[in-house]
Design a binder for this molecule. Structure first.
Ligand code: ATP
Length: 286
């Protein structure tokens, strides 16, 4: 996989005439980094990802890869899908073959790749998503979490430069979330750029290098600690402040956290705290 810069500029998109979901939305997917697309239910996260993937044609604005504008003819879309893959929120919208291995091989076979190359790609994708032991299983027998990871494997087998994942952790228990995040880390080691949509601000803070908040039909993009600490933006976007920032700000005000960027999660907060109880540090004689 190599790096490509995917951008959206001034997108206007929606489903009903006169009622745009996005209106002037712009975004740059930072190559090789992790981008979380955040927004409340119905804010337009999926609509944005569908525009980036080429599945939805905007009524104005453009999507481009390394500066080249995406056309929506058959040939242009076919080329785009080799670079940019969208994994839908519901795996059942994506999985339709009898077995896991068949499903993951569908995309590469469709590209007309030789059988050996297809087998190599399928084995690699299944290993990256840690679902290789499921290869022979019927997809309909898998758990929801397994189906979600197999759906991602299907996209990975296409070896895209950019992976767009629509709510990859929604509906998963904490251990399945951890397995998915570990798989995404392995993908990044293979140079994939990963974009994840979510409404989970805590996850976005701990996972993302950058966040893009969908608010008022546009996108505000920036550094996670800055945007997720901006109460006005969060209120407009109908999102909560991540708990780690709330606790971090309070601990710093009490002089318990050193200066520097606020920690993103429990481990970071604990690492920043003094290692002795406050009473030991007191100068007041008891
Ligand atoms: N196929 C469709 N036809 C008509 N309206 C649609 C369609 N898909 C989405 N919408 C509407 O567009 C708006 C944005 O939907 P979208 O799925 O992009 O939001 P989202 O941020 O991904 O939401 P969620 O977090 O609930 O998945 C919503 O009001 C939704 O009802």
């Amino acid at each position: 996989m190599s790096h490509r810069t995917l951008t959206a500029t001034g997108l206007v998109a929606g489903y009903e005439r006169g009622r745009p979901v996005l209106e002037g939305a712009s975004l740059t997917v930072p190559a090789g980094r992790r981008l979380a697309v955040l927004g409340a239910n119905g804010s337009g996260k999926t609509t944005l990802l569908r525009c980036l993937s080429g599945a939805l044609v905007p009524s104005a604005g453009e999507v481009s890869v390394d500066g080249a504008r995406l056309g929506h003819g058959r040939r242009a879309l076919r080329a785009h899908r080799q670079e940019v893959q969208l994994v839908l929120q519901d795996p059942d919208d994506q999985l339709f073959s009898a077995s896991v291995a068949q499903d993951v091989s569908f995309g590469p076979l469709n590209l007309g790749l030789p059988e050996r190359e297809v087998r190599t790609r399928v084995a690699e994708a299944l290993a990256l998503l840690a679902v290789d032991d499921l290869a022979a299983r019927p997809t309909h027998q898998l758990s929801y979490g397994e189906r979600k990871r197999v759906a991602i494997a299907g996209a990975v087998a296409m070896r895209p430069c950019v992976l767009l994942l629509d709510e990859p952790t929604a509906g998963l228990d904490p251990s399945a979330v951890a397995e998915t995040l570990a798989a995404l880390a392995r993908l990044q080691e293979h140079d994939a750029t990963v974009v994840m949509s979510t409404h989970d601000v805590d996850l976005a803070l701990r996972w993302a290098d950058e966040v893009a908040v969908v608010v008022d039909r546009r996108v505000v993009q920036g550094e996670p600690q800055t945007l997720l600490g901006d109460d006005d933006l969060l209120r407009r976007a109908r999102l909560d402040r991540p708990w780690a920032l709330t606790v971090g700000v309070r601990l710093r005000a009490l002089g318990l956290l050193p200066d520097g960027p606020l920690p993103r999660d429990a481990a970071g907060l604990l690492a920043g705290l003094p290692d002795r109880p406050l009473s030991d540090r007191s100068t007041v004689p008891t």
